[in-house]
Design a protein around this ligand. Structure first.
Ligand code: MF3
Ligand code: CO
Length: 251
């Protein structure tokens, strides 16, 4: 079922979202050449727990870590390991937290040092596709309007939309209905109503849209080996403009 949340519930979701946004802000200065990925994960877990929350991904369907860290041709769900970041890579960092039974989910893609022009453009287009999607999250629109906004912008820039993974409702569970695909048609799908809380998360490939699951059973990779980017915000639909919940508490 699709939930609509009260103002009080939205405030609780917003708290969890702020913790996650602050976690990524904290991590940002550590995303440098030479950083060990497992160390980023350890710092994130410690930070989330210090705020009284719990890492939402750890233990979810057996997932072993606090963060998903997805480098270059890894699209999403990369498991943090002993690997070391290198200049020129782009790194998607996805994080979830749960506080008092309410969830927040948020992801950004970071450049390690200087990256090539294609990766720069991929990050900018993916970020802008998320902004355009959020603008569509208003009453009177439909889930398909969100997907259409992402797909039309991304494809007009020569990039492609991953189909196998989608955004989602969020609240008292990490993944709730409805699914929020990053492709679709205007005025199709579930109607959007005030009080709905959703995570919108475009996963955009520089090359072809096809992906596969790596040997570890989690990491989603591009088939053609080209780079992929991922940004995610948790938002609340209101009678006015959408409210982005996954923003830092200190600015
Ligand atoms: N943001 C991702 C999603 O909504 C995080 C899930 S990762 C998992 O699918 F490891 F927890 F599954
Ligand atoms: Co999500």
């Amino acid at each position: 079922m699709v939930h609509t949340r009260t103002q009080r519930e939205i405030e609780k979701i917003a708290k969890s979202c702020q913790i996650v946004a602050d976690t990524l802000i904290m991590l940002e200065k550590h995303i440098v050449s030479g950083a060990k990925v497992s160390e980023l994960d350890r710092m994130a877990e410690e930070f989330i727990r210090s705020r009284g929350a719990r890492p939402a991904f750890k233990g979810y369907m057996g997932y072993p870590a606090t963060l998903c860290v997805s480098i270059d041709d890894a699209v999403v769900h990369g498991i943090p390991g002993e690997n070391i970041l290198q200049g020129g890579q782009i790194v998607g960092i996805d994080c979830g937290a749960e506080l008092n039974g309410y969830y927040g989910d948020h992801a950004r893609t970071f450049a390690v040092g200087k990256v090539d022009a294609e990766k720069e453009k991929l990050m900018a287009v993916t970020r802008e596709s998320l902004n355009r999607a959020i603008e569509q999250a208003v009453p009177g629109n439909y889930v398909g309007d969100i997907g259409y906004a992402v797909q039309s912008y991304v494809e007009s820039n020569g990039f492609s939309v991953v189909r196998e993974l989608v955004g989602h409702g969020i609240g008292t569970e990490l993944h709730e209905e409805p699914q929020i695909p990053n492709y679709g048609q205007e005025k199709q799908g579930h109607p959007l109503c005030p009080g709905m809380c959703i995570a919108i998360e475009p996963m955009i490939n520089a090359g072809a849209k096809e992906v596969f699951t790596a040997q570890d059973g989690w990491t989603i990779m591009t088939r053609d080996g080209k780079a992929s980017a991922h940004y995610e915000h948790t938002i609340a639909i209101t009678k006015d403009a959408p409210q982005i919940l996954s923003v830092g508490s200190d600015g």
